[in-house]
Every structure is written in structure tokens, then in C-alpha cells.
Design a protein around this ligand. Structure first.
Ligand SMILES: Cc1ncc(COP(=O)(O)O)c(C=O)c1O
Length: 330
């Protein structure tokens, strides 16, 4: 028997099933500001990992948020005591280097307080099944040539904001990227010119406390980036596999990962190895130096190996062998 109510409606406006709430901004910090406002955390207390980027503490201070720090180990594991959780209004979780560590998944599943999930090097949220309020954000500007783009996703409605615009930031960044291409690929111009512009861009971003929208160019490029994410991911996974074959297992952190951007390597003589790499035109970043007043057990030895598809497996192998060579000399 066919009842009218069972006939599928075809045509008309499209229906939508999207239970989550979405925002886009120019940076991780803009999304974090929006998340803090949406979770109503101003002046409250947040549980914060001791291994983190300084921008986070700066943004929390802007909102007079008090913090209780929890220790993060070398494998990015951590535990949160009952007392700590009770004393806090929310828990800040970093998805370190995009990894789905057991500790992260457990902290999400067992959440007894609202969560901020910071996936600065990732592209999409992990599985989040908690009923607690949560806000997730990423920052594509950290893992791609896109100058200014971050997604904010939440299971709660985001508060309405008056977003600002910071067009100079993306203009300067794109100009710097183009000068860098000219210099590296065509031998035109000076390294100093693009480095100055990159720094100028970062200081423009550092100066603003607003929640800013991404530029139109970055919004279009972000669509392109997501359209090609599976190919990009495949090449990054190949680069990761190459690094893992060459580096001894005790040198790097390992956990399931969907979209790798960097492999965190731990080197007792990190600074010496880093200098040796620089002498070979290899510039690896330290994510993240210790934040003043927040000691941790990772900042002194960590070094990030980039896995972006602009590097071939041969490039990755070269860097890994160089690291091992420099470790022997150190
Ligand atoms: C862990 C972490 N969270 C948030 C941010 C802020 O991201 P953005 O620099 O895009 O504002 C950073 C920046 O490096 C970061 O490393």
C-alpha cells in the first residue's frame, strides 16, 4: 500500500541534514576567539596542556581566562585527574600533529566538560561523539600555501559576531609567496625581500585581536585544496612512510593519522642537528618552543619534518639521512 506520506518528494528547494554549526575565519586564533565566545568561557577556567603554542595562551589571556595545566608526554599521552576536571569549566585538547592518539580519543569520548579541539595541522574533525558542547578548529595557513583560512565547527550554535577584515595580511603573504617562488625556481630577487614580507604579514596578524574573515582568494583556494585533499594526502602518507623506514622508531612519535602535515622527531641534540641542517639549506621548524612559565618535557628536543607533497620521497629521504648523519656527529 502506498500512502502519500511515503512518496519521496522530488524537486523544489534542496533539503539539508547538517546538525553542526560552522564558521570560517582567517586563522586559528580568530577561530579560537570565536570558540571561546561561543562556549561562554570569558573569565572562566580552562584545562590546558603544557605543550602548546604561545598564541593560545595569548588569546586566553585576552579573555581573562584562568588555566590549569596538565602534562603531556613524549608520545602525546596525558591524563586528566578528577580534581582537575572538577576545577575547570572546559578542556583544551590539541590534536598533536593531526594524530588520533589514544589519549585524545579517550579525552573526547570521556569528556565531562566542554571541549576545545585544536587541530592546527589538520583538515577535518576526528570522530566526536560526546554530548558535551565542543568547538573544533584548524588553520590551513599552517599546512598549505593558503594565506588565511581556518574552519570552526561546533555542536553548539556559534555566537553571532561582527567579523573584521584584514586584507593586508593575505595580500602581503601572497606577495611573499610569489617572491619566494621567483627566487627559488627562477633565481630572481633576494631571499631577504620575501622573508621581510612574511614577517610583516605575521606582525599584522599578531597586532589584531579581532575575529577576521578569510580573504576571497583563500576561500576559493581552500575549496580547491579540499577537492584535491585525497591526492595530497596520499603523497603525504608516502612521505611519512619514507621517513618511518629511515628513522629509528624511538626518534619519532607515532599514532594513527588521516592527513599528516609534519612528523614530530625527538632529538637529544636538537639544536646542533638543526644548525647542521640549516647549513645544508634545510630549515625545519620547532613546534613549539616552551611558553614562558609553562615548562614541558618536549620543547627542547622536538623538530618537525614537513611531509607536504611539494617534497618528494627523495627529498624526505635526503633530510632523514642528513639528520642521522648529524646525530652521529653531534
Ligand atoms: C596549536 C596551535 N593552536 C593555534 C594556533 C593559532 O593558529 P594561527 O597562527 O593560524 O592563528 C597555532 C599557531 O601556530 C598553534 O600552533
Amino acid at each position: 500500500m502506498t500512502s502519500a506520506s511515503k512518496i519521496k518528494s522530488i524537486g523544489g528547494e534542496q533539503e539539508l541534514v547538517a546538525p553542526l554549526h560552522y564558521g570560517v575565519t582567517n586563522s586559528g586564533r580568530s577561530s579560537l576567539r570565536w570558540a571561546l565566545a561561543s562556549l561562554d568561557l570569558s573569565g572562566k577556567t580552562v584545562l590546558l596542556p603544557d605543550f602548546l603554542c604561545e598564541i593560545i595562551t595569548d588569546v586566553l589571556q585576552e579573555q581573562q581566562i584562568k588555566t590549569i595545566t596538565y602534562a603531556v608526554d613524549k608520545d602525546f599521552s596525558f591524563s586528566l585527574s578528577k580534581e582537575m576536571i572538577e576545577a575547570s569549566d572546559a578542556i583544551y585538547l590539541i590534536r598533536y600533529f593531526g594524530m588520533n592518539t589514544t589519549a585524545l580519543c579517550q579525552a573526547i569520548n570521556d569528556a565531562q566538560k566542554p571541549l576545545i579541539i585544536d587541530d592546527v595541522f589538520g583538515i577535518e574533525p576526528p570522530v566526536i561523539e560526546t554530548q558535551q558542547p565542543w568547538c573544533y578548529f584548524n588553520s590551513l595557513r599552517k599546512i598549505s600555501p593558503i594565506a588565511d583560512y581556518s574552519q570552526l565547527i561546533s555542536n553548539q550554535p556559534l555566537v553571532s559576531i561582527q567579523p573584521a577584515l584584514l586584507p593586508e595580511f593575505s595580500q602581503v603573504k601572497y606577495q611573499a609567496e610569489s617572491l619566494k617562488t621567483d627566487s627559488l625556481l627562477h633565481g630572481r630577487g633576494e631571499e631577504k625581500a620575501y622573508l621581510t614580507l612574511f614577517n610583516q604579514g605575521e606582525s599584522l596578524l599578531n597586532k589584531t585581536k579581532a575575529i577576521c574573515l578569510p580573504s576571497a582568494k583563500s576561500s576559493v583556494l581552500a575549496n580547491e585544496f579540499y577537492r584535491q585533499a585525497s591526492q595530497e594526502c596520499e603523497r603525504r602518507l608516502q612521505n611519512l612512510a619514507t621517513a618511518k623506514v629511515i628513522l629509528p622508531v624511538e626518534l619519532y612519535a607515532d599514532a594513527p593519522i588521516e592527513f599528516p602535515s609534519f612528523l614530530p622527531i625527538f632529538l637529544p641534540q636538537r639544536d646542533k642537528v638543526r644548525c647542521g641542517l640549516m647549513a645544508n639549506q634545510i630549515f625545519l621548524a620547532v613546534h613549539w618552543p616552551e611558553v614562558e612559565g609553562v615548562p614541558n618535557s618536549l620543547s627542547d628536543s622536538i623538530l618537525s619534518l614537513p611531509l607536504d607533497s611539494c617534497y618528494s620521497s627523495e627529498d624526505i629521504a635526503f633530510v632523514c639521512h642528513k639528520i642521522l648523519e648529524l646525530m652521529d656527529d653531534a
